[in-house]
Structure formats: structure tokens, C-alpha cells
Write a protein that binds this ligand. Structure first.
Ligand SMILES: Nc1ncnc2c1ncn2[C@@H]1O[C@H](COP(=O)(O)OP(=O)(O)OP(=O)(O)O)[C@@H](O)[C@H]1O
Length: 716
């Protein structure tokens, strides 16, 4: 194939791409005009004007956002079909029509685009030639063809060596990119799977599970926009760094109505960023913690009055500790703690009225007794303190008291568990509200145990007017509506459990969710369809059976659809062979995909006398050898010291600045989950392996993160 012919083809495609961009601008102008008109109508003030305006402005703004997001690499595919009379079909990130309403560009998710991904030479499905256009901004820089039907395509020019290889060899930056142009047939099936029930996508490292799941989210939004945009789509991933890594994929596909949350951010209003030590994390994630939280949520409020005494007419009325415990149990048997707030006053007054024996008191009747108590400042204060509206963070705080922890933990968790939990919480001091990722699932458990504070229980007609009502109102959290969610760009502000549900829940790196995290995520997907992505061999949770039970409970009896991906698109063959040999050596039952790209560069295992100098040489070497990112992966115990070294290695310049998001960054094994780097330096792999009960799986994850080159460095 001569370069000249390739140039001609590129120039030809450029003409079409130019036309598409002109049309895009026209559409953007139309959307803007519509938005302006919408604002104008609002001002007219005629009936219904506001509603109409809101709808118009909203639609126009959304269309504008989509158009802006689509700007980069707008057109990426072309199909020449058997029936030449139809002309070529172009595929893009969004669909676009010309002024005559004729289709110029087919949205990649539309049924008419499916053959672009599914046609093969063995089964061309009417496609003669498939062409991928590679663009830089709005300029076509290369075209890559597959001739699928050699007979009918005799006259067609065929250019390029394959879009996929070109895409896989590109340098990595700190963001995942969309793969719309090169989705492979087995991936496409998982992306376009029907939106009902649970879609599980499994596969070994680098098989595209994450990127496929994200494209699936975009597909679902396209195929049933009303359901998924108003009900919301929640995407849960392992860490903040991971969420930043994937956050650009959906906007680049024109979708913004999605909540991306790391496991530490699933609960509105709290944020866990640090991890507990593995031993503590293992306890906090275990299923037995649910019972511990249930018991905690039923405890008397620490520091609240233990009894109450008042004189009424001829009687001394006393609510003893025992009375109050019985009342607490009685109220709790009627429903969740906060839900019972409207009943507290009557329950207390009833118990006290039973003690009114004197004639003067009885003669005046219960009503007067109630009125008197409502006006009694001491009583109202006592009742507020005895049964306040409780927040999960306050209740978790109770467990900082080792005695209380030991009391509620008895018979539920072991003595060792209690010691570990106590060390984690009672030592918190100033960090009392600095939650770990593992604490967040416990807070969620407590939220559901406590229940929401009723919105306006003062209107509750079945019960006495409640002097505590105003108290409750002060603390009433905001409630979000469906339209808030549609308009929302940032995190939701709701803290009510009833607003937690989504229409679709997508869990990435699902093999790592603890039982408590499954419970937390499961609550958000009771009525949802699900996409679950994972690879059991990469799991860092030590009790897989317990986690799968919790996962089954979260998913209920929803129908399951399984998809398996079998090609590793990330690692060079040399790197993946090394990792697979490690998995076999340490006895991991790994799902071994087929790595398709070879670089001729084997990983290196270096032994050095001076660890710092050895790591420095490896990092500087890789930073010069690869174009993209370099990850320095260290045992958790060495993280701070290696970061300190990196800070002093001035020859690396700006590339090491910016912490976890820099071109050259220090990460622990667990931090690397789901990420990838062009070059990886693994510091003391043996220590990473022995650092936790599931260290072998963690090291396997680490060994499967590099796209180009990998060096391990150990001292001695
Ligand atoms: N069809 C494709 N075309 C181009 N690149 C692809 C394709 N499929 C996957 N990739 C790339 O392969 C890399 C690995 O993908 P991804 O991170 O989604 O894999 P994964 O299965 O989630 O990996 P792991 O389980 O190891 O974290 C990414 O860079 C992704 O963009």
C-alpha cells in the first residue's frame, strides 16, 4: 500500500469529517437559540411558562453538553455495506442529522452501529469493509481498514495494519480513555446485554472489564434514557484515584448523569479515604459486624439521664433505669429508633400516668397531666436527651468507649476483634471524624438501623402533640428529588436512606467488596438492574465464601447473565507471561487471558545492595524509556519513605509532582487496583506478598499493571 493512496483516503475522509463538524456547530447554535428562547418564555409569565421553560432549557443545555463532549474524535468509524447504493455508514460518539433530517452519523450505541463491532471475516453480516478513522481533534490522521468480504470488496482500497494494535500501543496518561472505535465482538456483547437483572462480566487482568462496564453504562443511558437518567446510575469503584482515572470516559461518550463513587464515598455526607490496617479492615468488613451495629443502635444514649423524677399533685413519679430500659425495648420493638421519635412523648407520659395514684391527680384526668408535662421544662429536656434524633456518626462514636464496645461485642465478635476495633476507634482522638473506607459501610449499617427522622411527625394525628417535634425539624436533612438528580453535576446532598436507591448499580473490582460493603451497595440497588465486574484471582478479601453470600443477598433473585472476556489488552505478552507464571507458582486459581501484544522486552528482576539507589536507577531508567506514566509500587509500610526518596530525586523534575496523580507516582499494592502504567517498578515484591493474608493476590494485581516495561527491585 503506497503512502500516496493512504493520503488520498485520509483527505477523502477529512472532507466528510469537516461536513460533520459544520453540522455539529449548526446543531450547537440551534441548541443555544433554543435555550435562549426557553429563558424568554419564562419571562413572559404566562401560565405554564416556567415549566415549559425549565424543560426547554434543560433539554437544550443537555444537548449542548453532549455536543461539546463529543467534539473530540466525533467520527471514528465507517462501514461499507454490501449494498453500495446505500453509500457508506459513518459511526460516531453521538448521532447527528443534517438539515434535511437525514442521518449523517449513527450513534455507536444505536442498533444500526452494532455490526461495526460484531462483523467478522467469518461472519461479515453484510459488511464489506470496516474502517476506523483515527483523529486528533477534528483532523483525520490515519485510517485503518479490515476487509471482511474479499469478494465483494475487490474494488475497495484497504489501508493500515489494524486500529486495535495502534490503540493498545499508545502511551498511557492518568486517565482511562473510551474504546468506542475498537470495541471487540465479545466485549460488545456484554455492553449491549439487555438492561434487566444482573450482568456479570468476568475475565482476567486487562481484559477490558472496567472499560466495557463504562461503555455499558453509556449504552443503558442511550437505550432507556428516561429510566436511567431519572432513576440514576451509580458506579462504585475501589478508590478515589481509580475514580479519577475513569471519570473522563463517560463524559467523552456524552454522558454526565452518572454518580461515580469510590467505596469510601458511597454514603452521602461522609468520605473515607484512608484504609485501616489489613487486620482491622478484615474485622470491620466481616458479616458479624452487622449484628454489632444492630446492637449498638439499640443502646441507651451514653451520658443521657438514667432516671427521671417529678412531683405531680400528691405523687412522686419516678422513671427508674429499669423502667426506661423496658420503655426503650418497647419503642424499639415498634420500629426503627429515629422513626419512633413521634411516639416517645406518649410512651413516657403513659408510663408516668400509670404512677399517678392520688385523688387530685386522677380526678383531673390524663389530659391535664399531659398538658402539665408538656409545659414542664425538666421533663421536655429529659425526653430530648433520652431519645434524641440520632445520626449514624454519633452512634459510631459511642464505640470509642472500650467498655461499651466490649459490652455490645460480647458473643458477637471475638476478644481479638474487640481489641483491634478498640485500638482503631478509641485511639482516634482528633481524628474522630476521619473515617476509614471500612468505617463507611458501618456508618451505612447504622443509618439503616436507626432509620430516618420522620419529616413532620407533628402532623401525626394518632399521637399526642409532641414537644420534641421542633427539635426534629431542625435536624431534618435535605431531600432530593428525581429532577435534582437529573440536574445534579456534583455529589448528591441527600442523607435520607429512602433516597439511596438507583435504577442501575455498577460495581467494579467486585471481588474486593467485603460483606459489609455488599450490604451497603445492595441497599442502593434493591429495585435496580446491575452490572458486576470482577476477577476472583485479584481478590484481597480473605473469606470469599462470606463475601459471595453477602453478594447473593444484595442481588436477591434477579436473573443473572454471565459474560466472560478472554483477551488481555493491557500487558505486553512478556509482562503477562511473567505474572501468569507467578500466579501458577503461588497457587492462585487465576483466569488466564491471552495477551496479544508483544514488545520483545522481558520484565527484569534486580537484586541490589542499596535499595534507594536501586529503585532510583530503575525509576529514572523507566521514566526515560517509556513515554507515559510510571508507577512505583511499594509495601504499605514503605510508602512514606519511598515517597520521601522520590521527592529528593530532582533529575525527574516536574513529572513526580502532584502526588497520586503525577506521571511518576508512589502507590501501595492495593492502590494500584484497576489502574495501569506504562512502566512499573515493584519495590520489595516479597514484602508486598507477606504484608497481608491475601498478599499473593495483591502482588499478582501489581504484576499485571504495566503496559510496556516492568522492573522488580529487592535488597540483598
Ligand atoms: N477493545 C479495546 N480497544 C482498545 N483498548 C482496549 C480494548 N479493551 C480494553 N482496552 C484497554 O485495555 C486496558 C485494560 O482495560 P481495563 O482496565 O478495562 O481492564 P480490566 O479487565 O478492568 O483490568 P483489571 O481487572 O486488571 O483491572 C485499558 O487500557 C483499556 O483501554
Amino acid at each position: 500500500m503506497s503512502a500516496e493512496i493512504a493520503e488520498q483516503e485520509i483527505a477523502h475522509e477529512q472532507e466528510f469529517v469537516d461536513r460533520v463538524y459544520r453540522q455539529l456547530e449548526q446543531s450547537a447554535r440551534n441548541a443555544e437559540a433554543l435555550a435562549k428562547e426557553g429563558h424568554g418564555r419564562g419571562r413572559l409569565g404566562h401560565e405554564g411558562g416556567l415549566v415549559e421553560r425549565d424543560a426547554m432549557v434543560f433539554q437544550a443545555a443537555k444537548r449542548l453538553a453532549t455536543l461539546n463532549a463529543a467534539h473530540e474524535g466525533l467520527v471514528f468509524g465507517r462501514l461499507d455495506l454490501g449494498d453500495a447504493a446505500d453509500g457508506p455508514r459513518y459511526i460516531g460518539r453521538i448521532g447527528l442529522r443534517d438539515d434535511n433530517r437525514d442521518s449523517m452519523l449513527v450513534d455507536w450505541r444505536a442498533p444500526a452501529a452494532a455490526v461495526f463491532y460484531q462483523a467478522t471475516a467469518a461472519d461479515p453480516q453484510g459488511v464489506v469493509r470496516r474502517r476506523v478513522l483515527r483523529c486528533a481533534a477534528d483532523k483525520v490522521v490515519a485510517v485503518e481498514d479490515d476487509l471482511l468480504d474479499a469478494e465483494r470488496g475487490e474494488d475497495l482500497v484497504v489501508v493500515g495494519e489494524g486500529a486495535l494494535m495502534a490503540q493498545l500501543s499508545r502511551a498511557r496518561d492518568r486517565s482511562m480513555h473510551s474504546i468506542v472505535a475498537t470495541i471487540q465482538a465479545e466485549q460488545d456483547k456484554a455492553i449491549r446485554a439487555p438492561g434487566r437483572g444482573v450482568v456479570s462480566i468476568s475475565g482476567g487482568p486487562g481484559t477490558g472489564k472496567t472499560v466495557v462496564a463504562l461503555h455499558r453504562a453509556a449504552y443503558l443511558l442511550y437505550s432507556n434514557r428516561r429510566r436511567y437518567e431519572s432513576g440514576g446510575v451509580l458506579i462504585v469503584g475501589p478508590s478515589g484515584v481509580f475514580m479519577r482515572y475513569i471519570e473522563r470516559v463517560l463524559p467523552s461518550l456524552g454522558e454526565t448523569a452518572v454518580a461515580l463513587r469510590s467505596l469510601g464515598e458511597v454514603v452521602d455526607g461522609v468520605k473515607g479515604t484512608r484504609h485501616d490496617d489489613p487486620a482491622v479492615a478484615d474485622v470491620k468488613g466481616a458479616a458479624r459486624m452487622a449484628e454489632l451495629m444492630r446492637r449498638t443502635a439499640r443502646q441507651a444514649v451514653p451520658g443521657a439521664p438514667r432516671d427521671f423524677r417529678v412531683f405531680y399533685r400528691d405523687d412522686t413519679i419516678v422513671l427508674t433505669g429499669r423502667d426506661l430500659s423496658a420503655l426503650r425495648r418497647q419503642l424499639l420493638s415498634g420500629g426503627k429508633r429515629n422513626r419512633q421519635l413521634p411516639r416517645v412523648f406518649s410512651a413516657l407520659v403513659d408510663a408516668m400516668w400509670r404512677q399517678v395514684r392520688g385523688e387530685r391527680g386522677r380526678d383531673r384526668g390524663r389530659e391535664e397531666f399531659v398538658d402539665t408535662m408538656m409545659g414542664n421544662v425538666d421533663f421536655v429536656e429529659f425526653a430530648r436527651a433520652w431519645w434524641p434524633a440520632l445520626d449514624a456518626t454519633d452512634v459510631l462514636g459511642w464505640l470509642r468507649d472500650p467498655d461499651l464496645l466490649a459490652r455490645v461485642g460480647e458473643g458477637v465478635v471475638s476478644q481479638e476483634d474487640i481489641a483491634l476495633l478498640s485500638k482503631s476507634w478509641s485511639g482516634a482522638g482528633d481524628r474522630a471524624r476521619d473515617y476509614s473506607v471500612e468505617d463507611v459501610a458501618l456508618l451505612d449499617e447504622l443509618r439503616y438501623q436507626l432509620g430516618d427522622v420522620p419529616e413532620s411527625h407533628e402532623h401525626d394525628r394518632d399521637h399526642e402533640p409532641d414537644p420534641l417535634a421542633h427539635l426534629v425539624d431542625e435536624g431534618r436533612p435535605e431531600v432530593t428529588t428525581v429532577s435534582d438528580r437529573e440536574y445534579a453535576t456534583g455529589p448528591r446532598t441527600s442523607v435520607r436512606t429512602e433516597d439511596d436507591g438507583y435504577a442501575h448499580v455498577l460495581v467494579d473490582e467486585a471481588q474486593d467488596l467485603t460483606p459489609m460493603q455488599w450490604r451497603m451497595v445492595g441497599r442502593r440497588g434493591r429495585a435496580a438492574s446491575w452490572t458486576i465486574v470482577g476477577d476472583p484471582a485479584q481478590s484481597s478479601w480473605p473469606v470469599p465464601r462470606e463475601a459471595s453470600r453477602a453478594r447473593e443477598e444484595a442481588l436477591g433473585d434477579k436473573p443473572r447473565h454471565e459474560f466472560h472476556l478472554s483477551t488481555n489488552y493491557r500487558n505486553s505478552k512478556e509482562i503477562y507471561d511473567f505474572a501468569a507464571a507467578y500466579a501458577a507458582r503461588v497457587g492462585l486459581d487465576a483466569d488466564l487471558p491471552n495477551a496479544v501484544r508483544s514488545t520483545g522486552l522481558d520484565p527484569e528482576e534486580r537484586r541490589v545492595d542499596d535499595l534507594e539507589q536501586g529503585v532510583r536507577a530503575a525509576v529514572v531508567g523507566l521514566a526515560g524509556a517509556v513515554e507515559g506514566t510510571v508507577g512505583i509500587v511499594v509495601p504499605a509500610a514503605r510508602r512514606a519513605s519511598v515517597q520521601g526518596w522520590l521527592d529528593t530525586w530532582d533529575e525527574l523534575g516536574e513529572d513526580r509532582l502532584g502526588g497520586a496523580d503525577a506521571r511518576i507516582a508512589v502507590l501501595t499494592g492495593l492502590d494500584t487496583k484497576g489502574l495501569e502504567f506504562d512502566g512499573i517498578v515493584v519495590v520489595e515484591p516479597q514484602e508486598i506478598e507477606s504484608e497481608s493474608a491475601t498478599g499473593r493476590a495483591t502482588l499478582y494485581v501489581v504484576l499485571t499493571r504495566a503496559t510496556q516495561q516492568m522492573v522488580t527491585v529487592s535488597a540483598g
